[in-house]
Design a binder for this molecule. Structure first.
Ligand code: 8YV
Length: 316
């Protein structure tokens, strides 16, 4: 590539420390700092050899095809629904992500939502702060013990959630594209049937076209008026207008959400609802995990350009 300045196009500002480690060998183009990002990409198009992306930072076919010397897309997230994997494969661009290291934290956030929504923790905090306790006891919540957690997507994160739910003396069942015989939990081929059978419908599946709008009004109706939805997967998995309608109409008891259809925009209709807990996509957002993720993003890029095996390649 002659005397080009090998450039990394950074779409995500989520791990500044790790990025500094790349600057001895690469120009790092921090796109969020650019006044005219599209013009800056056009200007650097021949120099860009790598992209750092993350959940919600889309790497489209158009972007991949606009960069003639792009070799690797290193995703600062385990989910890769933000990347056109087919376009990357067609161009021979390798893709990496950050699996395993964020599994526990993300499963912990699912449990935080489960406990918060079932025991009305956020409401109770406000109840004390605004002095309502002086006027009488907080309204009752719902127990977890003996209830059924229906997990949609029994991958690494789904299995970690299942272990946590079992530790809370809950029954665990799951739904996914195929049964996992090695798993001891009962399998439901039908999401509708599982929703009918469970008290908490917990979404931990991949995002993207395969699961888009998987949970619609009919599934929420099946979950029922004493059921709760927990989403730590992707906003795209739930038909968001149907969720708002189901919450407004009392079709389900409540929801705990860490992800939304168009982050960071969150439907304002949710803000006035006491029966929802809203988090800003913090599944992997701990100091320890984000540092490990950032290092893995760097390690994958360095491995690629050193001709070493990738640490965590993504199959197209
Ligand atoms: C990201 C996520 O880790 O990893 C994923 O797929 O959904 C997130 O928790 C975080 O947003 C950084 O991209």
């Amino acid at each position: 590539m002659g005397n080009m300045a090998k450039t990394i196009l950074a779409l995500s500002s989520l791990f500044p420390l790790g990025m500094e480690g790349l600057e001895s060998d690469f120009e790092v183009l921090r796109l969020w700092r650019e006044n005219d990002p599209e013009a800056r990409i056009r200007e650097a198009r021949s120099d860009i050899v790598a992209i750092i992306a993350s959940a919600g930072r889309h790497v489209s076919r158009a972007l991949i095809e606009a960069l003639p010397n792009l070799e690797i897309i290193s995703n600062f997230s385990v989910g890769t629904d933000n990347i056109d994997l087919d376009a990357a494969q067609e161009r021979g661009v390798v893709v990496t992500n950050t699996p395993d290291i964020l599994t526990s934290d993300t499963a912990d956030v699912a449990m935080a939502l489960l406990l918060s929504i079932s025991r009305r923790v956020c409401e109770a905090d406000i109840y004390v702060r605004v002095g309502r306790w002086q006027n009488g006891a907080m309204p009752l919540g719902a127990t977890l013990t003996g209830k059924t957690a229906g997990i949609v997507g029994l991958g690494r994160i789904g299995q970690a959630i299942a272990r946590r739910c079992a530790a809370f003396d809950m029954d665990v069942v799951y739904h996914g594209p195929q049964e996992k015989p090695e798993q001891l939990y009962p399998y439901y081929k039908s999401l509708q049937e599982m929703a009918t059978a469970c008290d908490f419908l917990i979404l931990s599946c991949v995002g993207g076209d395969a699961t888009r709008n998987l949970v619609d009004y009919s599934v929420l109706e099946a979950l029922g008026t004493e059921g709760f939805l927990i989403n730590i997967a992707r906003g795209s998995v739930v038909l968001q207008d149907d969720l708002l309608a189901a919450l407004s109409n009392g079709i389900i008891a409540g929801a705990g959400l860490d992800v939304y259809e168009n982050e960071p925009q969150v439907p304002e209709g949710l803000f006035s609802m006491d029966n929802v807990v809203l988090l800003p996509h913090i599944g992997s957002a701990t100091v320890e995990t984000r540092a490990k993720m950032g290092q893995l993003v760097v390690d994958n890029i360095v491995a690629h350009f050193n001709g070493d095996p990738l640490k965590t390649p993504v199959a197209a």
